[in-house]
Write a protein that binds this ligand. Sequence first.
Ligand code: EPU
Length: 417
Amino acid sequence: MDKIVIVGGRRLQGDVRISGAKNGALPVLVSSLLVDGWNTFHNIPDLLDIKTIRKLLGSLGVKIEGEETVRINAGGITRCEASYDLVRTMRASILVLGPLVARMGEARVSLPGGCAIGARPVNLHIQALRDLGAEVTLKDGYVEAKASRLRGATLYFDISTVTGTENIMMAATLAEGTTILKNAAHEPEIVNLAEVLIGMGARIRGAGTDVIVIDGVKSLHPVEAAVIPDRIEAGTFLIAAGMTGGDVRILGCNPLHLDVLIARLRDAGMRIDVDGEALRAAGGGTVKSVDVKTLPYPGFPTDLQAQIMAMMALGNGLSVITETVFENRFMHVSEMMRMGADIVIQGTSAIVRGVAKLRGAPVMATDLRASASLILAGLAAEGTTTLSRVYHIDRGYQQIEKKLSALGADIRRIAGF
Ligand code: EPU
């Protein structure tokens, strides 16, 4: 298995271009299941998770061509089942459930099970499909859903769920009548998906707010659309600039999607200038300790919690980082402590007492964003950090070591351990 080796202490400088959003591209590619014909999607990132969704869609009989621009045709679906092997490696595979039932009248999708960041059930997806009239049973570890045609209904999500909202929004586009999704998630990726579906002829309003209203239509048509830039990748590079006292221009991002992070980083002493679709970020020397609480969008993203913690590990005081979205997303803490960080977990909060220096160490990635945080810690640390289990980072960051070394980092991948 590959490892990433970082010699810390280099100041990052220069331009970096942001790729398409992983969590935008996954539902957009899946939305092709709703349509008979060739769709064209631009700005698809080159990631392990994208390979997984392509494999899954391919196993259903969907034709897929191209890389950054993908042409995709679900005209000849031959199978309505997502196997355990695929769902286990990527929970977002559950996204095929709603579209398959809506278009094909049936779906069989493995239950994802737990994962490194929490139990992460899919009960809300299942309940919402039942509310739309599907007959849903759980059998042999699989969700089996059937409906001759889904019927619109008013639904309420107890918890704001991103893929749950996406799954049901897709399903409802082909339902009979109107669906009202209450307490819908607000993430920009949901707005991106809604725009793609509207381009296919779906009738959706309210995406990006608490209440999404979908008037079902009989069929949808192919579309050409683009995936939004990855706000989590952009945020990770912003933090990298801050932690290394660097000066980095982050190109091709949407600064509006990063409002709360930018505010926190300015509080922490960084200078950040917004210029259209670019951000210029400069570290201000001392990192001021700030408190952070993760929340659904537009709150501070849980997908940047580990990365801001790496920065706060070098803060000038005490920082309280509270995780409210997932119950077990502090797996990076023990690895950061091996690098000299001073962190105590108390319930859902991590109390981070800033230290003057982190020291390089061998560390292990436990999930995607934890890996990113350890790379950030390694960039700022004294000495060499070796990150193992790097397949986690490959799930969601396109060529991170190449992008960082172009900014002057001393980082390389060693193949085949
Ligand atoms: N939840 C339930 N029941 C459900 C669905 C969710 O209890 O049926 C709970 C979850 O366990 C969690 C909370 O609701 O505590 C929110 O989870 P959500 O459903 O919003 O998460 P998700 O849709 O599975 C997406 C992203 C995650 C990101 C979260 C939160 C995709 C493909 N994944 O997951 O991304 O952390 O939203 O913003 O969009 C990542 O990219 O590293 C990543 C984990």
